[in-house]
Design a protein around this ligand. Structure first.
Ligand SMILES: Nc1c(C(=O)O)ncn1[C@@H]1O[C@H](COP(=O)(O)O)[C@@H](O)[C@H]1O
Length: 165
């Protein structure tokens, strides 16, 4: 059996991929393996249960879960696995993602979901947090993450365009 990648990116719908692809792209940049799957607590509860119950034994180390609206997927997944779960609120049309955010962030004490910002920034930061977790036991990855952060810092100009002294 081939080894599972370290990160599972799950999402409630195909329509979430546009957002969650930002997490995948960030993991690609850091050369971290992932598997992306559509798993819905509402629409495919059996798939969600089977995925979450077996995720650790399958070899995943971190789960990134994105969902919009009544976004129960991250919390339900966290209830079924001891792996760290980072939740990404996908921007909904009707409530701009505040519904997704509140659905993910207000977990009862005892079942944590590390909740990120709504949308693209949240997806990117979920990947960076996953990288930080994995880097604790991977020195090469820690070096790649340092380089990523240094590159990010260096990319910020000190002055707005046309305003340099
Ligand atoms: N929030 C959830 C869950 C869940 O939490 O299990 N399953 C699907 N959805 C969300 O429904 C939204 C609309 O989905 P469609 O675009 O397929 O209608 C998506 O953002 C998805 O994450």
């Amino acid at each position: 059996m081939s080894e599972r990648p370290a990160v599972a990116i799950i999402m409630g719908s195909q329509s979430d991929w546009e957002t969650m692809k930002n997490a995948a792209d960030t993991l690609d940049t850091l050369d971290i393996g992932y598997e992306a799957r559509i798993v819905s607590a509402h629409r495919t509860p059996d798939r969600m249960y089977e995925f979450a119950k077996s995720a650790r034994d399958e070899g995943f180390k971190v789960i990134i879960a994105g969902a919009g609206g009544a976004a129960h997927l991250p919390g339900m997944t966290a209830a079924l696995t001891p792996l760290p779960v980072f939740g990404v609120p996908v921007q909904s049309k009707t409530m701009s993602g505040t519904d997704s955010l509140y659905s993910i962030v207000q977990m009862p004490a005892g079942i944590p979901v590390g909740t990120l910002a709504i949308g693209r920034a949240g997806a990117i930061n979920a990947a960076l947090l996953a990288a930080a977790v994995l880097a604790l036991s991977d020195d090469d990855l820690a070096d790649r993450l340092d380089a990523y952060r240094a590159h990010h810092t260096a990319s910020v100009a000190e002055y707005p365009i046309d305003e340099a002294p």
